[in-house]
Each structure stands twice: as structure tokens, then as C-alpha cells.
Design a protein around this ligand. Structure first.
Ligand code: NAD
Length: 358
């Protein structure tokens, strides 16, 4: 029995989560698995109900689960609230409370979607598969910060701080992931300028000694931003800190096309994990039944793989998604093809999983 806390959230969140749960049900039946699924309010929905984005009921539910599946949060209704009262503040609190320090964002370009990539390269025929492993709960986003008044104006600062142990544990996640892939890691830093990056590089090199079968190289972040556009095929696993990972993973996401197909997993080195599409609540299309559910469906596949070790079921979902795309089925964001609604795309993936369509 796997316990899953589901946080549908706001905007298109509940719409895409519905399809993710449909797929989960299909693999539950096919593989004889058992999921105990409980839904909790989160984000704007929770603010309306309890006055805060991550209420106690939701926190307790998440902390007592094996995995958390999240839709998305936010929307214009809550944009006027102060920083720590906004739906997005709930996201940081959720990640911190679960202690999920490793954010895994696979950027996969399916050959059938090569026309939606902004890159023009004949090599895209073969697809593209990069995994960004980003440190998630340390670095400059969480270091000492403040704003001080000066005689003229202000001084504001944020501080990049990393300790050996924080770098070690994220590096281990990246090396373990690389072992299951093409066994190549590019560690991205700014070691020519930053002290914290020099510790990052030294620590990653130490961890690498435990993984002789994995090839490690280092790259400065500015060069990496360039190389991702110039020759993304050189990358397998990109390992980097919180801020560089935030920026580079969005760049990698754009290279493979629509934000509507990219999943993510946030882990802490044991069974517990947080799984969510990388997109937001898309208020511009909420309620129109056109949201792409594939990012959420692929997040469900990551949950099966990383939290439950159900590799076969995870692979089945990925194959069903790939097949639906190969057959020309599209949601509106994916351009030309047989355009389906959110619900119809979810049904299509379920049909392929069940083997109803051959
Ligand atoms: P967004 O990702 O919600 O939308 C960006 C664009 O992509 C929009 O045009 C949207 O229609 C489109 N899009 C997004 N997901 C899609 C899908 N599944 N199918 C088809 N099209 C899709 O980003 P935004 O507009 O900058 O933010 C909207 C709200 O979401 C804000 O309140 C923001 O703070 C919040 N947000 C939440 C998360 C999260 O919950 N993890 C992440 C990012 C943004």
C-alpha cells in the first residue's frame, strides 16, 4: 500500500491532477498495486479556506505520506497578498517541510515533437534527453538576506552558502541517476569567481571517486547556458546549485518545446518525494479544458519510479505518452495534429496503458 497526498491546487492544477489520478488508477489495476490517495487543500484554495497556503491539515497529510503529487498554485485572485501569505510561499514551505533537497527535472524531446523545439538541428530527429539535478533547499535562496537603510538609498543582499554535506548529498543523487542513464555528469558552477563554487567543485570531485564508471566534467554556468543552445546533445546529467539550476532547467525545458509536457521530482534520498509538473496554474487557460495533462501524467511515472520502485509501471506510462504523441494526438499547446481536450488526452494515455488500442 502506497500512501499518496494529492494537492490539486489552483487554476489548471485540479484539471491536470484529475488526469494524473486516472492514469494512476489504470496502473493500479494493471499491476495489482494499491494506492491510498487523500486530497488536501493547498495554495490559493487553502488561503480561501484557512487563510494560509500550507495549513496544518495539509502539512500533516503530506508528512505522513510516502509521496506528494501536486498540481500547481497561484492566480490573479491572490496576487495582491503579501509575500509570505501568497500561494507560492506554500511551495517553499512544502519543499522545506518535506526536506526534499534534490530537484530532478528531465528535459526530454520526443522525436515526434521536434517541430515544437525552437532549435533547428537535424540531430533532433533522434530526440534529446537531459536530466537536470538541482539542489533545492540551500544556497542563495535560503542564505542570510536583508535590506538596510543607507544615508542614500538602501543596501540589499542575499548570500550563497553551501556546506560540504549539502553538496555531497545532492551529488550522490546525481551520480546514482547517472548510473541508470548514459553515465555522464556535467557539474555546473562559477568556480572562477565564487568561493562556494570552489567548495562545490572539490566536493563533487570527492564524491566522483566513489563512482569510477561515471564520467565527470565541470562547466562554468555562463558557458553551460550557451552550450545548452549550441549543442544540447553533449549533456546527460547536469548537476548544479539552487539558483543556477532554477535558470538552466527552464532553459532546458524550453529547448524541448512545451512546458505542458515536463514533469519533476523532488527527493531527499529515501522513499518520500514530491512530484509536480514544472508549469504553473496557467490562469489564462483554466476552465477551458485545453490544459496539457502530460506533465502531470509523467510526474506520476516519476513517482512510481523514485518513490515506489515500480519501474515497469513507470515505463509503461512513458511509453503510452510517447505512443499518443507518435500517433499525432496533441493538446492545443503542442501545435498541429489531432487536437484533444485535457480529459481526452488523459483517456488516450489510459487506453494505451490498458492495451485497448494496438
Ligand atoms: P504558467 O506556467 O502557469 O503559464 C505560462 C504559459 O504556459 C501560459 O501561457 C499557460 O497557458 C501555458 N501553460 C502552462 N501550463 C500549461 C499546460 N499544462 N498546458 C498548456 N499550456 C500551459 O506560468 P505563469 O503564467 O508565469 O504563472 C501563472 C501562475 O502560476 C502564477 O500565479 C505563478 O506564480 C504560478 N506558478 C506556480 C508554479 C507551481 O505551482 N509550481 C510554478 C510556476 C508558476
Amino acid at each position: 500500500m502506497y500512501r499518496i497526498a494529492v494537492l490539486p491546487g489552483d487554476g489548471i492544477g485540479p484539471e491536470v491532477i484529475e488526469e494524473g489520478l486516472k492514469v494512476l488508477k489504470a496502473v493500479e489495476e494493471k499491476y495489482g498495486l494499491r494506492f491510498d490517495i487523500k486530497k488536501y487543500p493547498f495554495g490559493g484554495e487553502a488561503i480561501d479556506k484557512y487563510g494560509e497556503p500550507y495549513p496544518e491539515e495539509t502539512r500533516n497529510g503530506c508528512l505522513s505520506s510516502d509521496a506528494v503529487l501536486l498540481g500547481a498554485v497561484g492566480g490573479p485572485k491572490w496576487d495582491g497578498l503579501e509575500g509570505d501569505k501568497r500561494p507560492e510561499a506554500g511551495l517553499l514551505a512544502l519543499r522545506k517541510s518535506l526536506g526534499v533537497y534534490a530537484n530532478l527535472r528531465p528535459a526530454v524531446l520526443y522525436p515526434s515533437l521536434k517541430e515544437v523545439s525552437p532549435l533547428k538541428n537535424e540531430l533532433l530527429e533522434n530526440g534529446l534527453d537531459i536530466l537536470v539535478v538541482r539542489e533545492l533547499i540551500g544556497g542563495i535562496y535560503f542564505g542570510p538576506k536583508g535590506t538596510e537603510a543607507l544615508e542614500y538609498g538602501f543596501r540589499a543582499y542575499d548570500t550563497e552558502v553551501y556546506e560540504t554535506q549539502e553538496i555531497e548529498r545532492i551529488a550522490v543523487i546525481a551520480f546514482e541517476a547517472a548510473l541508470r542513464r548514459r553515465k555522464k555528469i556535467t557539474s555546473v558552477d562559477k568556480a572562477n569567481v565564487l568561493e562556494s563554487s570552489r567548495l562545490w567543485r572539490k566536493t563533487v570531485e570527492e564524491v566522483a571517486k566513489r563512482y569510477p564508471e561515471v564520467e565527470l566534467n565541470h562547466m562554468y554556468v555562463d558557458n553551460c547556458a550557451m552550450q545548452l543552445v549550441k549543442n544540447p546533445f553533449q549533456f546527460d546529467v547536469i548537476l548544479t546549485n539552487n539558483m543556477f539550476g532554477d535558470i538552466l532547467s527552464d532553459e532546458a525545458a524550453q529547448i524541448v518545446g512545451s512546458i505542458g509536457i515536463l514533469p519533476s521530482a523532488s527527493l531527499r534520498g529515501d522513499r518520500v518525494g514530491l512530484y509536480e509538473p514544472i508549469h504553473g496554474s496557467a490562469p489564462d487557460i483554466a476552465g477551458k479544458k485545453i490544459a496539457n495533462p502530460l506533465a502531470t501524467i509523467l510526474s506520476v511515472a516519476m513517482m512510481l519510479q523514485y518513490s515506489f520502485g515500480e519501474e515497469e509501471a513507470a515505463q509503461d506510462i512513458r511509453k503510452a505518452v510517447e505512443r499518443a504523441l507518435e500517433e499525432g494526438f496533441r493538446t492545443a499547446d503542442l501545435g498541429k495534429g489531432i487536437v484533444l481536450s485535457t480529459e481526452e488526452m488523459g483517456d488516450k494515455v489510459v487506453e494505451y496503458i490498458k492495451g485497448v488500442i494496438f
